[in-house]
Ligand binder design. Structure first.
Ligand SMILES: C[S@@+](CC[C@H](N)C(=O)[O-])C[C@H]1O[C@@H](n2cnc3c(N)ncnc32)[C@H](O)[C@@H]1O
Ligand code: SF4
Length: 375
């Protein structure tokens, strides 16, 4: 049985960050918490016939800023969801949070509500960088937030950091990593800042480090994390003591997921090589008002299925067991024999003990590597 995870999108933030192209909207009035929870429950009820007899193996409350919701609302939401679809024992339940004072005070309430993993959007510990990113928090808030996460008793948490920030030097980027490491996080997400279309930074581009500096930051940053015994297991994900993000691992291993909330996406296997993709109405107001939350519904064609599998699985540094391809797509591995042999010849993929593993070179040329699998 293919694992099934649940993604819950909360689309509001205190304000919109200039680099962000997620479906997040600055909060103008009060948060319609109760109304949104009812909409989420209506949303999942509608999808349930698609996932009959299946159980949820992980939950991720992402955004936006889900920690704007009260502890009581999160408790109520999880309790109501559990009545609709069975949760596996000991499932990972992550909530994304910003290091703002109002939210830090809710950490113990989130823990009581059943959240067992927090993902904290630190981005940087440098006040100058935080100001350039127009974040609402300062270094001191981020440090206080991490200390609070640990004090409350969360043993599993993630820190989001970005590098390649406006006017950032190599020393500044490494200092951010070292400060994070000081708190012994079990998981780090270290993203290169990208300028996304239709963002404020797209219209008013900041001065970013050049390619050579970015390259040095990557090399030195990875060296530092390696020295501190972090496993680099996906392009931007690092873990100590194998505390992987189970929810994201399920995406990368081409598992199934149900997405509820404004703009959320789902991938559901209905039968071998019959995969359905759904997306929900994107704008929060429209999502709240509409009876049918589904904006788009399409079946993935067989030609595209192999590419979609590779797009996810080749992000993993350990690659994947060859049997996973058939398990997840219902297709024989032979159908990608041609591009696979080309990739092996170019030393972009190696085959080792039944696993297909992207090489360092392959990861560096990932877009070109993936293009081979485009039908
Ligand atoms: C969905 S966001 C939400 C987390 C939370 N709202 C926050 O901003 O702190 C998840 C993470 O994606 C990363 N991210 C967002 N936009 C990015 C961009 N343009 N380039 C690189 N990373 C980005 C940030 O590290 C962010 O914490
Ligand atoms: S707080 Fe997070 S989700 Fe909200 S706008 Fe900023 S980066 Fe995007």
């Amino acid at each position: 049985m293919i694992p099934l995870s649940l993604y819950i999108h909360i689309p509001w933030c205190v304000r919109k960050c200039p680099y962000c192209d997620f479906n997040s909207h600055p909060l103008k009035n009060s948060l319609p918490e109760q109304h949104y929870i009812q909409a989420l429950l209506q949303d999942i009820s509608h999808d349930l016939p698609l996932v009959k007899n299946r159980t949820i193996s992980s939950i991720f409350l992402g955004g936006g800023t889900p920690s704007l919701f009260s502890e009581e609302s999160i408790f109520q939401l999880l309790a109501q969801l559990r009545l609709k679809i069975p949760f596996n024992h000991h499932l990972e339940i992550t909530l994304e949070t910003n290091p703002a004072t109002a939210e830090i005070s809710k950490f113990s309430g989130f823990y009581e509500a059943g959240i067992n993993r927090l993902s904290l959007g630190v981005q940087s510990f440098n006040n100058q960088s935080l100001q350039q990113l127009q974040r609402v928090h300062h270094r001191e808030h981020a440090i206080y937030a991490i200390e609070s996460i640990k004090k409350v008793g969360f043993t599993n948490f993630n820190l989001d950091l970005m590098y390649g920030l406006p006017n950032q030097t190599l020393e500044m980027a490494l200092e951010d990593l070292k400060t994070a490491l000081h708190f012994h996080p079990p998981h780090l997400s270290w993203y290169q800042l990208t300028i996304e279309k239709n963002t404020y930074f797209d219209r008013y581009p900041p001065t970013l480090p050049d390619d050579e500096l970015i390259w040095n930051i990557q090399i030195e940053g990875e060296r530092l994390l390696n020295e501190r015994k972090f496993e680099h297991y996906e392009i931007s994900a690092f873990t100590k003591h194998r505390q992987y993000c189970k929810h994201n691992l399920n995406y990368w291993k081409f598992g199934d997921y149900l997405g509820i909330g404004a703009g959320a996406h789902s991938k559901i296997t209905l039968a071998p090589n019959k995969i359905l993709r759904l997306s929900k109405h994107k704008h929060p107001e429209f999502y709240l008002q509409s009876n049918n939350k589904i904006a788009e519904r399409l079946e993935v064609s067989n030609e595209h299925l192999a590419f979609e599998f590779m797009l996810n699985a080749l992000r993993l540094f350990q690659g994947f067991d060859k049997s996973l391809f058939f398990q997840r797509t219902g297709l024989e591995l032979e159908i990608i024999e041609n591009p696979l042999q080309q990739a092996i010849k170019k030393n972009w993929i190696i085959e080792k003990e039944r696993r297909l593993i992207p090489t360092k070179l392959g990861l560096r040329w990932l877009n070109e590597l993936l293009e081979l699998f485009l039908a």
